[in-house]
Design a protein around this ligand. Sequence first.
Ligand SMILES: [Zn+2]
Ligand SMILES: [Zn+2]
Length: 132
Amino acid sequence: MLQCTAVAGTPFVEALVALADMEGGPDHPQEALARDFLLCELGEHDESTEHAAHLCAAEGRDDRDLWFLWAGSSTHRVYRFATLPLCLATLHDFDRGSIRRCPLFFGHRPRTHSFQVTDPLGALDTDDTDAS
Ligand SMILES: [Zn+2]
Ligand SMILES: [Zn+2]
């Protein structure tokens, strides 16, 4: 499955407020928010599902990460901030002897975990290695 390609401009003021309110949030919200645009990190989905971009990781594992969720585009955009627990899915890569965690939030839709999603831009970079 490919990654969703939706992009949203960062609503700085609201994002700063959300970061400041966050439990286990960053000491310097302004630095945590050094991006003009936020990319949806979910797998391709339809309009009934909100786009979601990870804004900031909480300090403690028990704290919830801050996410930016939106639907629609440009002037019709509706968005909100939410602190959500982590997805519990892990992928055991026996070839590499590693364990990958899905960095998305618990109960994300589509249910496709991040390690099953191909970043269309990242895939371009690896074309050379795929050919060998
Ligand atoms: Zn999306
Ligand atoms: Zn997941």
